[in-house]
Write a protein that binds this ligand. Structure first.
Ligand SMILES: [Zn+2]
Length: 262
């Protein structure tokens, strides 16, 4: 192995360890981030790592942004802000698969899969991290009623704008890094936004939703008020991570299909 390859592996390991140390990731999340980083580097080199880094840094900073305001929204969510392996796999799994695929059988197709999956993850993270700070309560896409901020399956104007901005940043950065043209950038942008919309759709219709048996709060948590919550909607095994993974993957597959047609 060459010395510069060892340096990159050391850098990925250091980056994962530092993310764990600064509590951006839980230990299982740091290990998953190392494996994801290695796959992306194997397939796409430093450009791929850089693109993933843009997602990781901006979403980590956004989840820290106004974290005090978001703290009480923790009531709704199953997990806190330090990400575990399932959350890393949900957002980076498709990109890691594309990295391995490109390593085994190089094809420009895998670059668009990488970019769309990261654009989708970034769009979704920006939408949820900034959307919860929206002044207006979001509207559920299932009941069309206003629901508390941070509820899965609900949209707001501010969250949608944040989603578009998040996807655009990855599309432009990817286009620059991989020297792609306007139609490539536009495709990545549109499919990234599509992935974020699919996330909302799946969040509303198939993600498991629970209700506290004591205080009647609608939540993603498995326990509330020290009691196990009761499932009131969706499928038991589909949590927010599964929804994130499926929506990134679906957006990437849609992009692949279009790429093959054109
Ligand atoms: Zn309760």
């Amino acid at each position: 192995m060459e010395i510069d390859q060892l340096l990159v592996i050391g850098f990925i390991a250091l980056f994962a360890a530092a993310s764990g140390y600064f509590q951006l990731l839980k230990p299982s999340g740091a290990i998953a981030a190392f494996l994801t980083g290695m796959s992306i580097w194997a397939g796409f080199g430093l450009k791929g790592l850089f693109l993933m880094g843009v997602f990781f840094l901006t979403s980590s900073l956004l989840s820290r942004y106004k974290s005090k305001v978001k703290e009480h929204l923790g009531e709704l969510h199953e997990k806190g802000s330090a990400r575990d392996w399932a959350q890393v796999a949900a957002n980076g799994g498709t990109a890691a698969i594309a990295g391995l695929a490109h390593f085994i059988s190089p094809d420009p197709l895998w670059i668009i899969v990488l970019a769309i999956s990261i654009a989708s993850a970034n769009a979704d993270t920006w939408a949820s991290e900034l959307g919860v700070l929206s002044r207006q309560q979001p509207v559920s896409i299932k009941s069309f009623k206003r629901v508390p901020r941070g509820t899965s399956g609900a949209i707001s104007g501010f969250g949608t704008a944040a989603s578009a901005a998040g996807s655009l940043l990855i599309a432009l950065t990817g286009g620059y890094l991989f020297d792609e043209g306007t139609s490539w950038i536009l495709s990545v942008f549109l499919f990234g936004v599509t992935g974020s919309f699919l996330d909302t759709l799946f969040g509303a219709y198939i993600q498991a939703g629970f209700k506290c048996v004591r205080c009647n709060l609608f939540t993603e948590k498995l326990t509330h008020c020290t009691l196990p919550t009761k499932q009131v909607s969706g499928f038991t095994w589909i949590n927010n991570d599964v929804v994130n993974f499926i929506s990134c993957l679906t957006a990437a597959i849609m992009g692949m299909a279009l790429y093959n047609i054109l």
